[in-house]
Design a protein around this ligand. Structure first.
Ligand SMILES: N[C@@H](CCC(=O)N[C@@H](CS)C(=O)NCC(=O)O)C(=O)O
Length: 211
């Protein structure tokens, strides 16, 4: 059976859990990373030299990098709705996955770390506000993209939506007001989040308490 290593509080692990659940792949999950440790043990490092989560084992095949894992699972199980086989549609999906990891995730991380994982007295409020501004600028691109579309790549959910949706959930559920920041209105983004909320796999893995 597919084995997924990683704590459920990690956005990159959530991406893989959500994908596997959407596809209907059976898996076992082992807590690793954060307070669970394990990622510095030699056996884990032998699978993933980065010492990060997620990592999967599919039989004797080991894979790390969350976006690559999602593409592998979707391709293996012929989930062409999530990951199209037509070249240009596929590239469009991959482009948004890359953007989610290289632009949106680094933009939101300082605010997430500050507001969720740092005690109020130790927070760098200016850094949190700067992160909020950067995240708003990134999400304005998603807002524009969603005009006239239900999902990022058209009428159906694809892998493109997932990584971005996880950080958008965080965007709407972090206490930015505590540092004097007010989120700008983004109606298409809010409607897309509400649409995602109808999906059991999103509710199971993404709509969870932020820790
Ligand atoms: N590019 C990697 C990044 C993986 C990553 O940064 N994982 C974080 C959690 S989101 C991690 O392992 N942090 C250390 C830990 O949890 O111990 C991927 O997408 O899989």
């Amino acid at each position: 059976m597919l084995r997924i290593w990683g704590r459920t509080t990690s956005s990159n692990v959530q991406k893989v859990l959500w994908t596997a659940t959407e596809i209907g792949v059976e898996f076992e999950r082992i807590d690793a990373g954060g307070s669970f440790g394990r990622t510095n043990e030699p056996a884990y490092r032998a699978m993933n030299p980065n010492g990060l989560v997620p990592t999967i084992e599919d039989g004797d095949f080991v894979l790390w990098e969350s976006n690559t894992i999602c593409r592998y699972l979707a391709a293996k199980h012929h989930a062409t709705s999530l990951y199209p086989s037509e070249l240009r549609q596929r590239a469009d999906v991959e482009r948004w996955q890359d953007w989610g990891s290289s632009v949106l995730a680094p933009a939101i991380f300082p605010a997430f770390f500050g507001l969720v994982r740092t005690a109020p007295g130790d927070r760098d409020n200016a850094a949190i506000r700067a992160s909020a501004e950067k995240t708003a600028a990134a999400l304005a691109i998603v807002e524009a993209r969603l005009a006239g579309r239900d999902f990022l790549c058209g009428a159906a959910l694809t892998l493109a939506d997932m990584g971005i949706a996880i950080n958008t959930y965080r965007w709407y559920n972090m206490d930015y007001a505590s540092v004097g920041y007010q989120r700008p209105e983004m109606p298409a983004l809010a409607a897309w989040c509400a649409r995602l909320g109808a999906r059991p796999a999103y509710r199971e893995w993404v709509m969870v308490r932020l820790v």
